[in-house]
Design a binder for this molecule. Structure first.
Ligand SMILES: NC(=O)c1ccc[n+]([C@@H]2O[C@H](COP(=O)([O-])OP(=O)(O)OC[C@H]3O[C@@H](n4cnc5c(N)ncnc54)[C@H](OP(=O)(O)O)[C@@H]3O)[C@@H](O)[C@H]2O)c1
Length: 238
């Protein structure tokens, strides 16, 4: 996102009363581990770095050219390393990995107690008609919270494309980021990241509502496939 637009977006985001509870003091510089190095990592990593955070990518192969290029583009303080090493040194861990490997990934990351885990994953099955639907009875965010009970899981970023995360200004208007999680402070921290990169956070409750937020992805994805793409914008009632 361009710097001027970023500043404007941050100012607008402060003015917008998204959900009073999400407003918090300016976030301090944190180390953010992004596990995975594909589209979501590529969109969020460089943007989080411009907010003053140290971004480290956790990769199964951190030395390959594509990852080196991403690190370089992210900025001087960025780095890439193994997934567990990246998570160990971070206060915030983004699980930008395929939805069906979260269990093995989380179990390999070591102790995540006290860390914020941002979950953008979209578990899905695809019907014979090509439409998306739930892959299991429970949300990925709840599975994560069960696997790491002393971490603060926040579901976020799953209801938009990686390109909208990277360039919200191309969406034609404001874009909401629904987030759910059990810990208000963790949600405030994630909300500050969201407003910082030009998107609008909206708190939809505790993690047990993640299944609904994951379902929002199916509606958006189905609409995109039928040629009528949209983004969510949940406008606060005056
Ligand atoms: N793409 C989008 O527009 C979008 C939008 C919203 C949400 N999401 C969700 O966000 C998540 C990330 O999506 P994505 O498109 O960025 O990437 P992805 O194709 O789901 O893979 C992301 C990364 O995960 C790592 N990875 C792959 N298989 C793994 C395994 N078996 N164990 C551990 N790590 C593995 C790889 O990193 P290394 O090779 O470096 O290890 C890969 O670059 C997905 O769950 C997706 O549903 C995607």
């Amino acid at each position: 996102m361009r710097p001027l637009l970023r500043v404007c977006a941050a100012v607008v985001a402060v003015v917008i009363a998204v959900a009073g509870s999400l407003q918090s003091p300016a976030a301090s510089a944190e180390t953010i581990a992004i596990i995975g190095t594909d589209a979501v990592a590529d969109a969020l990593g460089p943007d989080f770095a411009t907010l003053g955070h140290k971004v480290v990518y956790g990769s199964r192969n951190p030395d390959r050219d594509k990852v080196r290029e991403l690190v370089k583009r992210t900025g001087e303080s960025a780095a890439a390393m193994g997934q567990a090493e990246a998570a160990a040194g971070a206060e915030i861990v983004v699980l930008a990995v395929p939805w069906d490997v979260i269990e093995e990934v989380v179990n390999s990351l070591g102790d995540l107690s006290g860390k914020i885990i941002i979950d953008p994953t979209n578990p899905r099955s695809v019907g014979e008609d090509g439409l998306r639907w739930y892959a299991h009875e429970i949300s990925n965010a709840e599975i994560l919270q069960q696997l790491a009970p002393n971490a603060y899981v926040v579901k976020a970023f799953n209801t938009m494309s990686a390109s909208t995360m990277r360039e919200p200004e191309t969406a034609g208007g404001p874009v909401s980021v629904p987030l759910v999680g059990n810990d208000l402070k963790a949600k405030q921290t994630v909300a500050a990241l969201i407003t910082g990169i030009g998107l609008e956070p909206i708190d939809l409750g505790p993690v047990r509502y993640a299944r609904i937020v994951e379902g929002m992805y199916y509606l958006r994805s189905n609409a995109r496939m039928s040629g009528h793409p949209f983004n969510y914008h949940l406008r606060p009632q005056p």
